[in-house]
Design a protein around this ligand. Structure first.
Ligand SMILES: [Zn+2]
Length: 336
């Protein structure tokens, strides 16, 4: 307990709250700017088990705000889940870490949420948040939404059965290109770390059994304007998810190709259960140019794009946001 002395001294948590944290399990979806800070707070605070999910690898322009990574992770082409777990295990070896290099989607969201006490949103897109919302409402699992663009951000804890869900808050999935993203508006690292800190704070209250201390609404803030607000969000009487219990985002995603926020890149997601032998792929692709491979992924440049292939047969194709072009590159060089 000495590791957590300063937290135990904080009366609303105390020894009992700390023990509850130690018995708690959390899943973090996305290990970018929000997810790095979330994981850092949860692991240092002594949450017993933390599952770390991310589909991407560390790049140089992540280091401005993604606090768990460094230049060695970029040089080593490390997936964020692996780099995060390596760093976090040196911070707190008492926490059980479960890194998953995977895309989170309709096929695995329920599995990732089922055996934990809370799910934390570190994603950068509405599509995945709707999937998370469906999975968590269906399972009755609390989750904490966080979003941040520019200098502005927002946080809301979703308590299924007790309060509004994400669909009550935002309605339907916004049409592509209609909402600001970090790609178009940039993002300040101060804004991200405050948003993630609010999220982790709500999570700690839930896990420690102190729900009475929750904000009870949508917290918004703008670090550049120095403003913040707490907005009451009503539960929508017609909500298709938490009232009518329809979970259409857990049904299959027909395209299998998604443009990645802020990346000029497309992810190709093969059917669940697919695998790719990276060593065999390296041999096959070697004539096309230099292939770099580590335990987690393989990279090769072809036709002006960089292909990154994973053992689950996923690909991230950088240098295009054209879904059709990315699909055709995948078919050509990986096979579909
Ligand atoms: Zn709802």
């Amino acid at each position: 307990m000495s590791r957590y002395a300063k937290q135990v001294l904080f009366t609303p948590l105390g020894k009992e709250g700390q023990e509850r944290l130690g018995r708690s399990r959390a899943t973090i979806i996305g290990l970018g700017a929000l997810g790095s800070t979330l994981a850092n707070h949860l692991v240092r605070a002594g949450v017993g088990y933390v599952r770390l999910c991310d589909r991407d690898f560390v790049e140089l322009d992540n280091l401005q705000r993604q606090v768990l990574y460094d230049e060695d992770d970029v040089k080593g082409n490390l997936p964020k889940a692996a780099a995060a777990a390596a760093k976090l295990s040196r911070i707190n070896s008492e926490v059980k870490l479960d890194p998953r290099v995977c895309d989170v989607n309709h096929a695995n969201a329920e599995e990732l949420a089922r055996d934990v006490d809370i799910v934390l949103d570190g994603t950068d897109n509405f599509e995945t948040r709707f999937v998370l919302n469906d999975a968590c409402v269906k399972l009755g699992r609390p989750w904490v939404y966080g979003g941040c663009v520019g200098s502005y951000g927002m946080v809301m804890a979703v308590l299924p059965g007790e309060g509004p869900c994400f669909a009550c808050l935002v309605g339907d999935l916004p049409a592509p290109g209609t909402s600001a993203t970090c790609d178009t508006a940039g993002v300040l690292n101060m804004a991200v770390s405050i948003v993630a800190s609010f999220q982790a704070n709500e999570a700690i209250k839930i896990l420690a059994g102190r729900r009475e201390a929750l904000a009870g609404g949508l917290q918004t803030l703008d670090v550049w304007q120095n403003t913040s607000q707490l907005i009451r969000v009503p539960r929508s009487p017609e909500c298709p998810v938490c009232v009518k219990r329809g979970f259409r985002h857990l049904e299959s995603n027909p395209s299998g190709a998604t443009s990645l926020c802020g990346r000029n890149a497309v992810q190709i997601t093969p059917p669940p259960g697919s695998t790719l032998d990276l060593a065999a792929a390296e041999k096959r692709l070697a004539p096309l140019g230099q292939v770099r491979r580590n335990a987690y992924l393989l990279k090769v440049s072809v036709d002006g794009c960089e292909l990154t292939l994973f053992p689950d047969a996923r690909a991230i194709i950088q240098g295009t946001h054209d879904l059709a072009r990315a699909r055709s590159l995948y078919a050509k060089y990986v096979g579909s």
